[in-house]
Ligand binder design. Structure first.
Ligand code: PRP
Ligand code: URA
Length: 210
């Protein structure tokens, strides 16, 4: 694995992912699990954030302790399914601004089609975390990162739940500077571009559509 691709093997993530994949898991629990897994991935994806000293007063005495050094973050979910990860991320990074990129995969060509784009105005001062539970062919993630890069953010990370090996390779080749965080790398894509074993259509399972 490349040094900026991170696969979370924490038991809590793996356990929750098993329930998420199960076709008997209903919409309410699916939504909760996507958020919980996003929180756990966020914990790992923020591990390298720099700290600075800060002086405080405890009830006992003054102390020099640590705080996160001036971190300005933008979360950018790829619509629709990325929305399912936003609340879980905000649990740990409540001051983040949230932009949105609307992309859907054309069912025939599997190519992403852009239909919405609204990013924070000060994005060039921010570290961006792009969110999408599924990295399949990689087309949507590659395009979303290309769109965000045009606004010159300080850095970009891509956070997903399940990645296909094909998408991981394509994304890393297209944007080698972008750190990729995922909870699992699955076996392969099927002929319709769905991840096997995967979890089905993430957007449909989060929003109860079909
Ligand atoms: C899904 C998923 C990703 C994309 C991944 O979205 O949420 O955005 O497919 O596939 P790719 O790596 O081959 O581009 P979809 O296009 O189904 O849209 P939706 O979230 O609105 O359902
Ligand atoms: N999008 C999904 O939601 N699921 C897949 O398996 C592939 C793309």
């Amino acid at each position: 694995m490349k040094d900026n691709i991170f696969v979370m093997d924490h038991p809590l993530i793996q356990h929750k992912l098993t329930i998420l994949r199960d076709k008997h898991t209903g919409t309410k629990q699916f939504r909760e699990l996507v958020n919980e897994i996003a929180t756990l991935i966020c914990y790992e994806a923020t591990r390298n954030w720099p700290l600075q000293d800060v002086e405080i007063e405890t009830p006992m005495q003054k102390a020099v302790t640590k705080e996160i050094a001036g971190k300005k973050v933008a979360l950018v979910p790829i619509l629709r399914a990325g929305l399912g990860m936003v609340d879980g991320m905000l649990n740990l990074v409540p001051s983040a601004k949230v932009g949105h990129i609307g992309l859907y995969r054309d069912h025939e060509t599997l190519q992403p089609v852009e239909y919405y784009n609204k990013l924070p105005g000060d994005i060039e001062e921010r570290d961006v975390m792009i969110l999408d539970p599924m990295l399949a062919t990689g087309g949507s993630a590659i395009d979303a990162i290309g769109i965000v890069k045009r606004s010159n953010p300080k850095s970009i990370k891509f956070l997903c739940i399940i990645a296909a090996p094909e998408g991981l390779k394509a994304l890393h080749e297209a944007h080698p500077d972008v750190g990729i965080y995922c909870a699992a790398v699955d076996e392969k894509l099927n002929e319709n571009g769905y991840i096997l074993p995967g979890l089905g259509d993430a957007g449909d399972r989060i929003f109860g559509t079909k």
